[in-house]
Design a protein around this ligand. Sequence first.
Ligand SMILES: *Cc1c(COP(=O)(O)O)cnc(C)c1O
Length: 389
Amino acid sequence: MSAISFPTKQLNSLSTPCYFYDMVVLEQTLATIKREVAAYKNYEVHYAVKANANPRILRAISAAGLGADCVSGGEIRAAIEAGFPGSKVVFAGVGKADWEIRLGLEHDICCFNVESVPELEVINQLAAEADKVARVAFRINPDVGAHTHANITTGLAENKFGISMRDMEYVIQLAKQMEHVHFVGLHFHIGSQILEMDDFVALSHRVNELQEQLETAGVKVESINVGGGLGIDYQQPTLHPVPNFADYFATYANNLKLRPGQSLHFELGRSIVGQCGALLSRVLYVKQGTNKQFAILDAGMTDLIRPALYQAHHSILNLTSEEPAQTYDVVGPICESSDVFAKGVMLPAAKRGDLFALLSAGAYGEIMASKYNCRSLPQAYYSDEIVKD
Ligand SMILES: *Cc1c(COP(=O)(O)O)cnc(C)c1O
């Protein structure tokens, strides 16, 4: 497996800040998923569009045959435009607006992941108006913690997501009485950037318990959706450009008991696109502080917000310099103290104009960019368009 590679000569001509996507890394990741998932019958992988909705990235993923997991009407549009068939689109989210539900109905999407009773009632009503039957799954809050950052755990009772286990049977019975919804299954998602397979084991055990409960009640479940959350190696991206999908799928295969004919759905975001993207930026100034030195970049938290938002780590390379290393705080130009990419990192001695790469920025990078401080959104470039040989 090759890690992201930087054609430095060609990249030097790009204006920064910008995103650079290595399409070979993305293709290798997709090929690995397809190979690993093929070992199991009835496993289906959907891509969580929210991680990166760049049209070229979406097209590559739809061409690989994956489905799309959307959390807004805009994402449904982006997925359909990129070639995902409506039949492979699922729609999740705690606050679906009427127009978004109608859009999903129009495209006959595979499933609405429903998070509350009022939402179920609205879907039933809008489906009736459209003379359709909406397939629905219930997102159940499994009260399973994940060993990840507090802001990205979603499966605890205290989080806003999902329906409580206590209400599960009641909402399913409610759906069965409605004419324009068809209950297909259960949906879960416990968080993101999860590297401990034990967290997925815990979710599997919870699913098994709930399945037994429903079996006793005589409820038939067609599909189970365990969400996404598989993490990537932000510390050593070049050693692990492709996540360990084999382990991930095997963890579910070994722990989650599917019933005959049931399908198991996955919604992977970060693990599919995280390692193929980098944020490129130039050094504007090297500034001597009281007892440290700053490398001030032309990229900031408006281009990549993860360090400011989640104290996330991104490995940084100086693509220009081969000088002996020095210690830097790498910061952006935005008027916020949290606009810091890294503190006290060793990098080859930097000077004005050097090209820096912030690695593992393919997920929750470009898509979260903002115009704060009246900045422009970063451009994107692709390895197969830059290097032509
Ligand atoms: C964000 C999200 C995902 C994808 O999470 P990753 O950590 O990027 O894999 C999947 N399902 C739902 C419901 C989500 O909200």
